[in-house]
Design a protein around this ligand. Structure first.
Ligand code: F6P
Length: 327
């Protein structure tokens, strides 16, 4: 075993279903390896304000099925300042924490990278957690599967009313500036079209599609819109389409934060457990400034420097396939 004796664990950024399963795996793997574990509450703000809590095996009992995060989370503005990070470092030192596991998305891992560049004597290991699934260096991020299932459940229900009333529905989903949730929920629900930030100027194409559909007497349609689309959100796109298609009865539905909650799916629970286990193993192996992730089903470790520089985008073949399947 390496020199690490006491580790901290925190969740940061937007919560995602499965974060609790990851916390549980970190705490239990650490205790199994005779490490002490400290829960850092409220994301990086907890480091700055010394919101530390000793964690035992029972502290994480009965949480694997719960959405959200028992450690709470935040997007910390203070941690983006050198003064904030200095205070965080001093507090970690004072608390005897000599390794940290950060569970979060792009912004949280960027924060970890900056901190580790300034203070290299406390190793950090990251776990990808974001419903957006947009983190470079991993095929999968905790929460994505649950969010996708929440979206398809909602869209299937909307489809019932769309076809009963012959309506054209624009449904806006989350994803920040990436189209993973939109594209995969679109495929899973048989959407007629999907608007994603990765494809510019889609309104013209949709109008052509609707024109042809109208001639074929196709009267109900589901269009999924990623919130970060360059044409604007579902509301804006619906307005643009309505101008030319007065005959369509148009409705807009914005799914919102319902996508972030709920009990994690089996896939999220198992993935989060693996990430938690391998993150602690990485610290014990003297690894630092890396994120654990999946590549083709295998655990991989990607340096923070790469994650924060590179961009992950939707597979063009999936985009092509979705188009083919919606003819
Ligand atoms: O990153 C997760 C996410 O849910 C995005 O999909 C969304 O754009 C954003 O967080 C919403 O953030 P907030 O909860 O701060 O409104």
């Amino acid at each position: 075993m390496g020199k690490i004796k006491r580790i901290g664990v925190l969740t940061s950024g937007g919560d995602s279903p499965g974060m609790n399963a990851a916390i549980r795996a970190v705490v239990r793997t650490a205790i199994y390896n005779k490490l002490e574990v400290v829960g850092i509450r409220h994301g990086y703000n907890g480091m700055i304000n010394s919101h530390f809590k000793e964690m035992k095996t029972f502290s994480v009992s009965d949480i694997i099925a719960r959405g959200g995060t028992i450690l709470k989370t935040a997007r910390s503005a203070e941690f983006r300042t050198p003064e904030g990070r200095q205070t965080a470092y001093n507090n970690l030192k004072k608390a005897g924490i000599d390794g940290v596991v950060v569970i979060g998305g792009d912004g949280s891992l960027t924060g970890a990278r900056t901190f580790c560049d300034e203070y290299s004597d406390i190793p950090f290991v990251g776990i990808p957690g974001s419903i957006d699934n947009d983190i470079y260096g991993t095929d999968y991020a905790i929460g994505y599967d649950t969010a996708l299932n929440t979206v398809i459940e909602a869209v299937d229900k909307i489809r019932d009313t769309a076809s009963s009333h012959n309506r054209l529905f624009f449904i806006e989903v989350m994803g920040r500036d990436a189209g993973f949730i939109a594209m995969n929920s679109g495929v899973a629900c048989g959407a007629e079209a999907v608007f994603i930030p990765e494809i510019p100027d889609q309104v013209r194409g949709l109008k052509d599609y609707l024109e042809k559909g109208f001639k074929r007497k196709k009267s109900s349609n589901i269009i999924i819109v990623a919130e970060g689309d360059d044409e604007g959100g579902a509301m804006t796109i619906a307005e643009k389409v309505k101008e030319d298609f007065k005959e369509y009865d148009v409705r807009v539905s914005i799914l919102g934060h319902i996508q972030r909650g709920g009990s994690p799916t089996a896939y999220d629970r198992v993935s989060a457990s693996k990430f938690g286990y391998y993150a602690v193993e990485a610290l014990l192996d003297d690894q630092k400034s890396v994120m654990v992730g999946f590549k083709n089903g295998e655990i991989v470790h990607t340096p923070f420097s790469k994650i924060t520089k590179m961009h992950k985008s939707v597979n063009p073949e999936l985009i092509k396939m979705a188009e083919v399947l919606s003819v």
